[in-house]
Ligand binder design. Structure first.
Ligand SMILES: Cc1ncc(COP(=O)(O)O)c(C=O)c1O
Length: 398
């Protein structure tokens, strides 16, 4: 039988970051010494007090369905977090808990997009934004940016992309893959456009706590009039090293949150009850884990930047947050490794995996073929060896 799959599935790629990682794991299983810099997760264990809270929840019998948007206790803890960290006031009916930040974004697209609605996505973007918009039959409008502008769109860039069909704009600061952080003035500019042209802001704040160099997190939702047109997405995956627990959350106008809950009630139901209990411990418990993690991340970021910027044909801007670098590598394009010509980031990634046993994600996956993404959420010794291999592999190109 032909035509088994729906058109909308055929139109989207699988997550390239997850597939690079799967390929690296496959090679590792064959005994090949592959070093992976592809994955977007902290290499730390979930803090003990969070794991203990999960064990207690299990023993206390918190093993049943919870309300679809999460337990009232968890939503209360999230409301406290928004108030204390971001100065944002939400009732618990304006908050929903989902099965990871990715799921929050997916549900949101399903809730707000009609066919043909446009969502502005500045590039480089997190790989999953455009496909999730497309799965809701929306149209991602990609706005390219430049390394010179630290991969952030200017007012003119955004104005050129706005049409009468613009429903929302995606803001991700600090950004995956670039680590770029929007300044307060840039947030003012985006807020101004949203008010003027009447569209929503989807503010994906998942890397909120992972910032360096004295930078502090600022939220667009706090600008005048913006609380009613901003969906704030966050989660525990990155902040508390809880990627496997699958908890993300979102706050915004109650009407939209209700729509999201309707979708969730007809698909996944509530997120995992034990993980919800653990998340309360994460949000309300000691936060010193984050500071310790940041010390390690910053050491690694500085090392990676120093090494990369010394390699011919490579240049890297300094990311203010997250745990990725996004170097421009098109200086080596045109080089050859045997029969393989490096015509872009995809063949470069293939060459690095097969020729140097290092896994990185091609920039093309994020909408910028001139770059590659390297995650430094891995031990410094591994990073050092990986950069030795990268440097040699690039030198070996003829
Ligand atoms: C920008 C961004 N948003 C959201 C997520 C979702 O993370 P999770 O689904 O683990 O909460 C990720 C994970 O890589 C991300 O990089």
């Amino acid at each position: 039988m032909s035509g088994l799959l729906a058109k909308r599935i055929l139109e989207i790629p699988p997550s390239p970051t997850l597939s690079v990682n799967a390929k690296a794991a496959e090679l590792k299983a064959q005994g090949i010494d592959v070093l992976s810099f592809a994955v977007g997760e902290p290499d730390f264990d979930t803090p003990v007090h969070i794991r203990d809270a999960a064990k207690k929840a299990l023993d206390d019998g918190q093993t049943r369905y919870t309300p679809v948007p999460g337990t009232p206790e968890l939503r209360k803890a999230i409301a406290e977090k928004f108030k204390n960290d971001n100065g944002l006031e939400y009732s618990i009916d304006q908050i929903t808990v989902n099965c990871g930040g990715k799921h929050s974004f997916y549900n949101l697209c399903q809730a707000i997009l009609d066919p043909g609605d446009e969502v502005i996505v500045p590039a480089p973007y997190w790989v999953s934004y455009p496909p999730m918009v497309m799965l809701a039959e929306g149209k991602p409008i990609i706005v390219p940016t430049t390394q010179e502008n630290q991969f952030k769109p200017t007012r003119a860039d955004l104005e050129a992309a706005i049409t009468s069909k613009t429903k929302a704009l995606v803001l991700n600061s600090p950004s995956n893959p670039t680590g770029s952080v929007f300044s307060s003035a840039e947030l003012d500019m985006v807020a101004d456009l949203a008010r003027q042209h009447d569209f929503l802001i989807i503010s994906d704040d998942i890397y909120e706590m992972i910032m360096y160099d004295g930078l502090t997190f600022d939220t667009i939702a706090g600008r005048p009039g913006m609380i009613d047109r901003t969906l704030v997405l966050n989660g525990v995956s990155k902040t508390y090293a809880m990627t496997g627990w699958r908890i993300g959350y979102m706050a915004g106008p109650e009407e939209i949150i209700k729509g999201v809950n309707k979708i969730q009630s007809q698909s996944t139901s509530n997120p995992n009850s034990i993980a919800q209990a653990a998340t309360i411990a994460g949000l309300r418990g000691p936060q010193d884990f984050i500071g310790r993690m940041l010390v390690q991340f910053k050491k690694r970021r500085d090392y990676v930047l120093e090494r990369l910027n010394k390699i011919d044909g490579v240049s890297c801007h300094t990311p203010g947050g997250a745990f990725y670098v996004f170097p421009k590598v098109d200086g080596v394009y045109g080089g050859k490794a045997g029969d393989l010509e490096i015509t872009g980031s995809v063949p470069l990634a293939e060459y690095l995996l097969s020729g140097a046993n290092i896994a990185i994600v091609p920039g093309a996956a994020f909408g910028d073929d001139a770059c590659i993404r390297i995650s430094y959420a891995t031990a410094l010794e591994t990073i050092e060896e990986g950069l030795n291999r990268l440097e040699k592999a690039l030198k070996d190109l003829s």
